[in-house]
Design a protein around this ligand. Structure first.
Ligand SMILES: Nc1ncnc2c1ncn2[C@@H]1O[C@H](COP(=O)(O)OP(=O)(O)OP(=O)(O)O)[C@@H](O)[C@H]1O
Ligand SMILES: [Mg+2]
Length: 244
């Protein structure tokens, strides 16, 4: 995918951010500036801090050290590693998110239906969300996030546990979303940050890659440079392991 037209405005800056949860140092000394319009992949072993970093970026977890400075004018939405779906219809699950952000219920229901069309779930719009397959639930959660027309979309392993066909479908949707834009208008392409264990997906979708290890960002490169190397030894070893 070609590089997006990245605007100069940073969406978020992290200054020496640390996160300690109980006795675990989850994030440590993270310095990061993410520009609006970037597509950033977070990679690293289980427990390296990807989900935690996404939560800090989204403002769900306050850091225990350092500072997070964000552009509060941008609308954000997040897709969680294990999406929480209400015991209600697929359409209701999407509409509720819109209603909570101030849309009138009737319009929210219509917009929800359009979002379900977008991810090809219109035929199950009235089914209880909890009875959908794993792949359908993942697409439903994606529709729920996308329906908000976010300027920034954060996704935590959006295609984990999907079969190859569903994986390709969700990935195509992400690529499509990345071409679009949110509330801020067409001059500002959507910013996307996603955690992934799928390096092929990272190559296809990301413009920039962050490699995490024990809560530290050990490499931060444009996607092309990342896969061409040279990288710090730890990142190199990780790549070798993931590719073997
Ligand atoms: N609420 C919590 N309390 C204590 N430790 C936590 C908490 N949440 C996460 N951790 C720890 O923080 C570290 C990073 O977890 P995180 O979920 O961010 O990793 P991850 O990179 O997303 O892993 P995975 O690839 O398995 O999803 C882990 O050691 C985890 O056990
Ligand atoms: Mg995780």
């Amino acid at each position: 995918m070609s590089a997006p037209a990245v605007t100069a405005a940073p969406w978020v800056r992290l200054h020496d951010v640390g996160l300690r949860l109980g006795s675990v140092q989850v994030l440590d000394g993270v310095n990061l500036t993410l520009q609006a319009g970037e597509r950033v992949a977070l990679i690293g072993a289980n427990g390296s801090g990807k989900s935690s970093l996404l939560r800090v970026l989204h403002g769900l977890l306050p850091p225990t050290a350092g500072q997070v400075v964000r552009d509060t004018g941008l609308r954000e939405a997040m897709l969680f590693q294990r999406p929480y779906l209400l015991r209600a219809s697929a359409q209701h699950n999407v509409a509720l998110g819109l209603w909570l952000r101030g849309m009138r219920w009737q319009q929210a229901r219509q917009t929800a239906l359009a979002a379900l069309h977008r991810v090809e779930l219109q035929s199950v719009a009235h089914r209880n969300a909890r009875t959908l397959s794993g792949g359908q639930q993942q697409r439903l959660a994606l529709a729920r996030a996308w329906a908000l027309r976010p300027d920034v979309l954060l996704l935590d392993e959006p295609t984990a546990s999907l079969d190859p066909h569903a994986k390709r479908e969700v990935e195509a949707l992400m690529a499509d979303f990345a071409q679009g834009h949110g509330q801020a208008g067409p001059q500002q392409p959507m910013t996307m940050v996603f955690a992934s264990h799928n390096l092929g997906q990272v190559k296809r979708l990301a413009s920039r890659v962050l490699y995490l290890e024990r809560g530290r960002v050990l490499a931060d490169r444009p996607v092309h440079d990342f896969f061409q190397g040279p990288l710090p030894e730890a990142a190199q070893l990780f790549l070798k392991g993931e590719l073997s």
